[in-house]
Write a protein that binds this ligand. Structure first.
Ligand SMILES: Cc1cc2nc3c(=O)[nH]c(=O)nc-3n(C[C@H](O)[C@H](O)[C@H](O)COP(=O)(O)OP(=O)(O)OC[C@H]3O[C@@H](n4cnc5c(N)ncnc54)[C@H](O)[C@@H]3O)c2cc1C
Ligand code: FES
Length: 244
């Protein structure tokens, strides 16, 4: 864990109410995909948590959806602004759990952390396929980024305006040959995925956070291993640990 003053290099909309923020600075505390960072945003009291979406060449990318005061303030960040950030938080995905081929399953903004995970899996020589679910075409992001990595992407939208019509399980259905999956999205979407797939996998959970560093217990959930703090024991949990 490390506190870093990052410098904004880019802050642009990439889909409806969805922005990409690229920050330059010391990324050394970030050990892998599925970890998160906490941004201090002027005007809001608590730091706001966001998944690491990508890390390359000293640049940290996060993708954020505008849902409230803090994320609305973030849209005003300009190139050159400084952002007080705690990095290297949480326990992330386990790329080594994939045998030959992984399926990455993203729901809405939960797609964000899967980009770095895809790079890690490819670097480890694994095959990767992607299933994405969004409500509507204007919300879709990162499809091209995965395709640029050479990955097959199955897309579903609830209203059928892009890809298959339906929820994310429609996008999962055509995927083949995977022995492990990684899923990030809303709790209701992840619960549906857990029920739909017999394959082993893991989930990145989201809870409202206070400290974000394991001290306040404000993000506790019940798991099959007892109570767990999403910020410090997760946010990634194995399928068999989850109580939905
Ligand atoms: C580990 C982790 C990783 C996350 N990664 C991302 C990410 O990559 N991209 C992204 O857009 N968002 C992510 N989030 C959610 C993000 O932290 C919240 O959307 C953000 O804090 C909202 O701040 P706000 O001030 O704009 O909204 P607020 O004004 O605080 O709240 C607006 C609405 O959002 C809901 N909300 C706020 N925080 C959360 C939360 N943590 N979980 C569920 N609902 C919440 C509130 O209940 C309320 O309805 C992540 C959350 C966690 C815990
Ligand atoms: S947010 Fe404080 S322990 Fe997780």
């Amino acid at each position: 864990m490390k506190q870093v003053n990052f410098i904004v290099r880019e802050n642009v909309p990439i889909a409806a109410d969805t922005w990409k923020l690229v920050l330059e600075g010391d990324c050394s505390a970030i050990s892998g995909s599925g970890q998160f960072v906490q941004l201090s945003i002027p005007g809001v009291f608590l730091r706001r948590p966001f998944s690491v979406s990508d890390v390359q060449d000293g640049l940290l990318t996060i993708v954020y959806k505008v849902v409230g005061k803090g994320t609305r303030y973030m849209t005003a960040l300009k190139e050159g602004d400084s952002v007080d950030t705690i990095t290297g938080l949480g326990k992330g995905f386990h790329p080594q759990k994939t045998g030959r081929k992984a399926l990455l399953i993203g729901g809405s903004v939960g797609t964000a952390p899967l980009l770095l995970l895809a790079r890690e899996l490819l670097a480890a020589g694994k095959e990767v396929e992607v299933a994405l679910g969004f409500n509507t075409a204007t919300l879709v992001f990162y499809k091209e980024e995965f395709e640029k990595l050479g990955l097959k992407v199955h897309l579903a939208t609830v209203d059928g305006t892009a890809g298959l019509k339906g929820v994310v399980t429609e996008a999962i259905a055509p995927a083949r040959g995977y022995d492990y999956y990684y899923c990030c999205g809303s709790k209701i979407m992840m619960k549906a995925v857990a029920a739909y797939l017999d394959t082993p996998g893991e989930f990145s959970m989201e809870e409202r956070m206070g400290c974000g560093t394991g001290i306040c217990y404000g993000c506790s959930i019940q798991t099959n291993n007892g109570p767990a703090r999403v910020c410090a024991d997760g946010p990634v949990f194995a399928k068999e640990d989850m109580i939905w």
